[in-house]
Design a protein around this ligand. Structure first.
Ligand code: SF4
Ligand code: SF4
Length: 150
């Protein structure tokens, strides 16, 4: 394959070659990584719920305090090139997983369409079908488990 300087960065760079700005730009803004997950203590299996982290803006699907998120939510994992392969609870559609698999970004990704609303327009984000964990008690969390589809 020949590449030119004008090729989009996500087509010519591996995850660990991206600048911090490129890395952040790659995120599709789906908010699915912010779903509350439950772990079966016996099997280690992870279950997703239709409840999201208290810091997620339900409409924008963006973290309300991205810069200081780990101060407020200590189990919010920072995604880095070396952990993408291990985080199997991320959706298959997560742009970091897509690039790690060597695939093209999906047609609704904002880097493809030029519009950050398209992830929502295509129904690929959490907008419209989740509640905030601030509004769901721990004892009801099991009732919110969903079948993971992406
Ligand atoms: S799942 Fe991946 S692409 Fe979607 S918001 Fe989270 S980090 Fe970004
Ligand atoms: S702290 Fe922010 S980025 Fe982390 S899970 Fe919560 S909403 Fe998502």
């Amino acid at each position: 394959m020949t590449t030119s300087l004008n090729d989009p960065f996500w087509q010519v760079k591996n995850l660990d070659e991206m600048t911090e700005a490129e890395w952040e730009l790659l995120c599709d803004g789906c908010g699915k990584c912010c779903l509350v997950k439950l772990e079966d203590e016996d099997t280690g299996e992870i279950y997703h719920t239709n409840v999201v982290c208290k810091l997620l803006d339900l409409e924008a699907c963006e973290c309300n305090n991205y810069q200081h998120r780990q101060y407020f939510v200590d189990d919010c994992l920072k995604l880095i090139p070396s952990n993408i392969g291990e985080l199997t609870w991320l959706p298959n559609s997560c742009a970091y997983r897509v690039i790690a698999r060597g695939e093209e970004l999906p047609p609704w990704h904002h880097l493809v369409t030029g519009c950050r609303e398209d992830v929502h327009n295509w129904g690929m984000s959490v907008r419209g079908w989740v509640s905030s964990e601030s509004d769901v008690s721990d004892r009801h969390m099991q009732d919110r488990i969903i079948q993971w589809v992406d």
